[in-house]
Design a protein around this ligand. Sequence first.
Ligand code: HMG
Ligand code: MG
Length: 300
Amino acid sequence: MNLPKSARLVEVGPRDGLQNEKQPISVADKVRLVDDLSAAGLSYIEVGSFVSPKWVPQMAGSSEVFAQIQQRPGITYAALAPNMKGFEAALTAGVREVAVFAAASEAFSQKNINCSIGESLERFVPLMDAARQQGIRVRGYVSCVLGCPYEGEVRAEQVASVAKELYAMGCYEVSLGDTIGTGTAGATRHLFNVVGRDIPRNLLAGHFHDTYGQALANIYASLQEGINVFDSSVAGLGGCPYAKGASGNVATEDVLYLLNGLGIDTGIDMGRLIQAGARICAVLDKPNGSRVARARQANT
Ligand code: HMG
Ligand code: MG
């Protein structure tokens, strides 16, 4: 079968992972995590987000984190920005790539960013203009692409229409998020087939949460559809504050194990990645969400 020869993993642990943690995490611990991930060979790290601290208190220190991480050449250090205020704060912090996020379901959009899908897209227009002027690349997310915690089923055509708007606005890549992890391999293939009619597949990414244990199967299904960019979170950290019960993103270690087994190149060092995950789990005092990391640690 023709699978991609290489893949890019977008490490979202410091943002999607940590945003859901209730306990305070120091700036120093966040910086250590990002630096560990850089050392492990990740080429893209989502470091934090510039959202309202009232909505997501854990991300409040993102400017400080950006100021203190060791930025290595060739690695993209990105942040989420929901509106112009967030974009300006990101610029001030020296961020050179941002991500905007819209939902495929109206109810989730209201709960997550307090506005309709249409309003959220309108808010991105000035942000995209400013980004273009400043030479900042913008990645787009669509949430709830395979199910919504409030509305249930989400049609692939609805996802396609939101993704198409983000792409038309200038997002260079659109990541499709299974926020609540209910997607299956069949639904994933269908989704990429439908969205792939409007957006070239090499500009689409998959963002799978592992709530129902389907994330690796969904990634394999995506590879079969020619997708080779995946968001993942070291040690399977995370969840979503506005999707009750959503577990973490698929663990980066587990995705790497899958890709290594298929001979798909990522440039990531498994040993260092496992160390990075182990260190943040010790800080958080929680079990490692990566099956691969747990198995390797049990054998050492
Ligand atoms: P709002 O309350 O409707 O906004 O929130 P507002 O414009 O009326 O402003 C209210 C207050 O927030 C004001 O402050 C603003 O200045 C401030 P006050 O006058 O009350 O003191 N404010 C901000 N502060 C800091 N940074 C900003 C900002 N904007 C306004 N950027 C808003 C609207 C979008 C701000 C809010 O709903 C929000 O921050 N939501 C963030 C939600 C979030 O971060 N969710 C998690 C990320 S998305 C996700 O995880 C899914 C994903 O992983 C993909 C997947 O899994 O599917 C990406
Ligand atoms: Mg997510």
